[in-house]
Design a protein. Structure first.
Lengths: 413, 304
């Protein structure tokens, strides 16, 4: 009896030790890179390319909820479970990680990529913090206006090249019972039209606002909001509370134009719309024709390597490979988007054309509001813009709501 | 004594893992959350001690105050609708032939998660959605209403959506309660001429008290921590008008990266949930006690 009790005690202790030990051992093999992401892209398919080319495969873990994903990543830095590679966002989110020394520097990789002509200097700026680079891009997406070629053809509409032409096009669409522009409240897309209208009016003002050097209550911003209000009153937008996805609305010809990054083409594929025949893209014209450059929003999906990851070196090796011509051509072909590597080829003719267009120096690239605005200001903005879209009227109370949060944030940072 | 000590040691060996899990999974996280609520922390680096600033700020934020009001509306709404309807369904079906089959349709939604219910009702209740289309088709008023966009309408319809899911399980609990009521007192009441509402109010309702206590207690706790259905239907919006404390906690922690404020909301929510449960249950248990109420009397003595 005594023996069996001792044996049971020992067994219980063994189970605990075994379970603790089980928690700490990394599961990936030496040529398998643990990769954690909040993107729904098919990384398993892409992994086959890297397996062939560099004999390293990705072992992806997907998070559907971006907030749960970010909480996981933050916690992983405190344990030995940090992945070899993970997706993140540029702007203030990346600055937070760098400030704590949590991600590996990638300056050498960037220097080599630029020397090889694999990426432009302008993209490097998005990854530069205090003179050094951190993380590397999986993709860099420029914003365009997607339009329904079928609706445009039905109504005899031409692609607009100025803001006034776009408004005239919108009037025709309203008369035909089609919503000209898609918009949506809530997180994440409530910022879209504020971004377009502010940068399209004065991109320097946009950048000053992001840096806390201008106020949301400044008369210039109020004027931007009034343009938005006029557009809403003219019936230019879809219902901001609609739960029907934008791609379904354009497929059903309920909306004619959707402003998004070039990543959106793969989403349009999912509803059976084809590039070139069903949809095309054009640069979003300036609201203010006097503005010298045409601002284009840019967003980029970085892949980062935790400084203390057990797979740090493998992660950096993979990051370097992902920026190269072979990887970017395969990635663009898989995703149907615009490759940032000039040596790689775009997957579709539409994007080949817009890629050439954006190479013109008249275009100026700025960071998308979602990444550029600090987290509390972004959250307040999404709430207030949703309120404004839902109950359009005097914009000042909404702008004051954002400015209150901005004042508090900038007083502490 | 040595044998007893050895037995105690063996007992601890078996209890140890369980106690360790409880400490690790329950006590330490709660204590850590209490600590975080007194700090400023963005999830990276080290928390900075700021005393009660988060709590002070919380009670000065009009959006959080509205969130508290909305949470109380959920408590009240879920007491009236799903608990009330659950009781009605259970009582009306009780004793009928095939009553179990009558209750089944009410019970099926309980198998769904709150998020699934939220997604389904989002499509029903969105502008121009199924409900608006149905009302317009039937020439009934209300097709122009913005069910999910205007407050307090959005909170009301979300409570109704949650009720759709919750009625069945409440009906089931009340049915079990009804089945446990002894037949004799009811028959005696009938012999004395009681029937209909009088029978329910004077006999059934008092005898159902143990079940009602459980159902109402669960309803209070569940409604105070409402999160999933609101998050999936309105995200607490537009512009925070339909936020509940559960959504506020999530928003502050995971959207704003303000873990300190999120923890303060979590602790506040925990305190009012525990307080509401304790006050309600103590009151109900003391009401159910046949012995005269004397606060000084120990609990054991009262039960005896």
């Amino acid at each position: 009896m005594k023996l069996s009790r001792k044996a049971a005690t020992g067994a219980a202790a063994l189970i605990i030790v075994a379970s603790v030990a089980g928690c700490s051992s990394p599961s990936a093999s030496s040529n398998e890179l643990t990769f954690v992401t909040d993107k729904s892209w098919d990384f398993e398919k892409f992994s086959a390319v890297s397996k062939d080319d560099m004999d390293v495969a990705l072992d992806p873990a997907y998070y559907a909820d971006v907030n749960a994903f970010q909480a996981f990543i933050k916690q992983s830095f405190r344990s030995n479970k940090a992945p070899g590679l993970f997706t993140w966002h540029t702007g203030s989110s990346l600055e937070d990680l760098v400030a704590e020394g949590l991600v590996a520097e990638t300056t050498e990789i960037w220097d080599k990529a630029i020397a090889d002509g694999n990426i432009s200097e302008s993209v490097k700026d998005l990854y530069t913090i205090d003179g050094a680079q951190y993380c590397t891009p999986i993709s860099v997406d420029n914003w365009v206006m997607y339009y329904d070629k079928r609706t445009f053809a039905d109504l005899g509409l031409e692609v607009p090249t100025t803001w006034d032409e776009m408004m005239t096009t919108a009037d025709t669409l309203v008369d035909a019972g089609v919503a000209p522009f898609w918009n949506s409240g809530g997180n994440p897309w409530a910022f879209v039209w504020f971004q377009i209208l502010t940068a399209g009016t004065d991109v320097d003002l946009y950048n000053a606002l992001i840096a806390g050097e201008a106020k949301f209550t400044d008369p210039e911003i109020v004027e931007v909001m009034n343009i938005w209000l006029d557009m809403k009153e003219n019936g230019y937008f879809t219902d901001p509370g609609s739960k029907t996805p934008a791609e379904t609305q354009i497929k059903d010809q309920e909306v004619a134009m959707i402003p998004f990054g070039t990543w959106y083409s793969s989403t349009l594929d999912t509803v059976g719309l084809e590039s070139g025949t069903d949809w095309g893209v054009f640069p979003i014209p300036n609201v203010n024709p006097e503005q010298e450059t045409i601002p284009v929003a840019i967003e980029t999906a970085p892949a980062c390597v935790p400084e203390k990851s057990a797979q740090r070196d493998l992660g950096l090796e993979y990051s370097e490979w992902w920026m190269g011509t072979t990887a970017q051509t395969a990635w663009s072909e898989q995703q149907g988007n615009l490759p940032f590597n000039p040596n790689a080829t775009a997957g579709t003719e539409e994007f080949q054309k817009i890629g050439q267009e954006y190479a013109d120096p008249k275009y100026e690239f700025y960071l998308r509001y979602y990444e550029a605005a600090p987290a509390p200001i972004l959250t307040a903005s999404l709430d207030e813009f949703t309120g404004f879209m839902t109950n359009p009227g005097d914009p000042m109370p909404f702008l004051e709501g954002i400015q209150r949060v901005a004042d508090e944030y900038w007083s502490e940072n | 004594m040595p044998a007893r000590t050895a037995r105690q040691r063996d007992a601890w060996a078996f209890m140890g893992p369980g106690v360790a899990v409880v400490l690790l999974a329950l006590y330490i996280p709660v204590l850590y959350t209490v600590y975080l609520s007194f700090t400023e922390y963005d999830g990276l680096g080290d928390p900075t001690w700021i005393g009660v600033d988060n709590y002070v700020e919380m009670f000065h934020d009009p959006a959080i105050l509205l969130s508290i009001v909305n949470t109380l509306a959920w408590v009240l709404g879920t007491l009236i609708v799903p608990v009330g309807l659950g009781l009605l369904v259970a009582y009306l079906a009780y004793g009928l032939r095939g009553a179990a089959w009558l209750r089944v349709p009410f019970l099926i939604p309980y198998a769904l998660s709150g998020v699934a219910v939220g997604v389904i009702f989002s499509f029903v209740l969105q502008n121009g959605g199924a409900l608006s289309q149905a009302l317009a088709f039937l020439n009934l008023p209300g097709s122009e209403l913005r069910w999910l966009q205007d407050a307090p309408l959005n909170t009301i319809v979300m409570i109704l959506a949650a009720s759709w899911q919750g009625v069945g399980v409440n009906a089931l609990l009340f049915t079990v309660g009804l089945q446990s009521i002894p037949k004799e007192p009811l028959e005696a009441a009938r012999v004395d001429g009681a029937g209909g509402f009088r029978l329910f109010a004077s006999m059934v309702w008092p005898l159902l008290r143990p079940t009602t206590t459980i159902v109402v207690g669960l309803s209070i706790v569940n409604s105070l921590k409402t999160f999933d259905i609101v998050q999936s239907m309105t995200q607490g919006g537009p512009n925070r008008v339909s936020e509940t404390l559960g959504v506020t906690m999530y928003r502050e922690t995971f959207l704003n990266n303000e873990y300190g404020m999120g923890s303060a909301v979590a602790i506040f929510l925990t305190v009012i949930t525990v307080a509401a449960s304790l006050i309600y249950l103590r009151r109900q248990l003391s009401l159910g006690d046949a012995a005269p109420k004397t606060d000084a009397a120990p609990k054991g003595a009262r039960r005896a």
